[in-house]
Design a protein around this ligand. Sequence first.
Ligand code: PLP
Length: 424
Amino acid sequence: MVRGIQHPTKGTDMGALWHPFSDMAAVERDGELVLARGEGAYVFDESGRRYLDATAGLWYANVGHGRTELAEAAARQMSTLAAYSNFGDNATRPTNDLAERLAGIAPVAGSRVFFTSGGSDSVETAAKLARRYWVEVGRPEKTVMVGRQKAYHGMHYAGTALAGIPGNREGYGELGPRTETVEWDSADALRAAFEEVGPDRVAAFFCEPVIGAGGVYAPPEGYLTEVRKACTEYDVLFVADEVVTGYGRIGGSWFASTRYGLEPDMVTTAKGLTSGYLPMGAVLVAPRVAEPFFREPGTWLRHGYTYSGHATAAAVALANLDIVEREGLLDEAARLEATLAAELAALADHELVAEVRAGTGAVAAVQLADATLAPRAVLALRGLGVATRAVGAGALQVSPAFVMTDEQVADLAAAFGEALDSLQ
Ligand code: PLP
């Protein structure tokens, strides 16, 4: 690791690119950092500078960067048949194989798999499917969706409305379906919302088992079991948004739902499905919700995407899951749970740190006492060769590739300490 903060030279020849979630006037003024290459837990910019990737991209590069095996899987499929739509009775072999594979690891046995192009698509699919389900079973008045404060459910209309990050909703006016937001950590608040809206009107409750982009918050003890129970009692569909937590991020099992003993009615996923090598998502739909659409010809879900089940993305997903299995990466994520908690713990005593949230899977956050310091902390870390970003209200995200070693985690923690010292 490079010692001492050395700010990279940033390029200013940006041209037409509009960066997502970015203050473009500031990016144009200050320049952008162009990343060129990745290898394991590291990425490299165009000048060759190396960064320890604390976040695995946007929580997706679970198997690490630069896996030629995945590039080869893509090349093989792409040069055979890159993609063919799965609309109607069309299918491709990798898509079928992947669906089988996901059904085999889904938290609920017998799940059906609906493919999407990413996490926001998965959430939108689950939201629409929840409503369609209630129509199919003769309860069309069940339309209201409930989400939690701090929650992030992607950026399509339903997900933006459902999420509990107020800034992301501002300036868009009325957003899609009626949604209610409840406290993130209270099952009683959820029950109260069901009562208030009227259980006959609530379609679904969306829940990240571990809150990610809202700042990395593990569920309070017993919370998930309680909210699952409340959904069963009130006959509300329980949707686990596992776009971040799925495919091993929570350690030890493929899904956080399995770790917490939940049986979701739907599981929304993306990211770790392909480790981000190609964009792809999937909704795992429990038999209860899928059944009305498989019962008899004539009832079908008029919903889907051009790239639902994209053959090359599916081939990459299969190869990615092979790597996770072969290299025991679910266990490696569990190892990281312990290492992150141990290595980051000391930062809690730092004057600028309010709290360290770690100890639930391969995710953690260093919460700054003063949220306005976060952008400077991110820059200082970059200057020390660590790539991270701010999430929630001034928390620094840590969600490494499962291949990050304990030594690299120690390097990362040391850099966090040094970066924070530089801000004092
Ligand atoms: N749901 C959760 C929990 C997420 O964290 C994200 C993205 O970070 C999404 C949905 C949206 O995924 P995407 O950005 O792939 O559309």
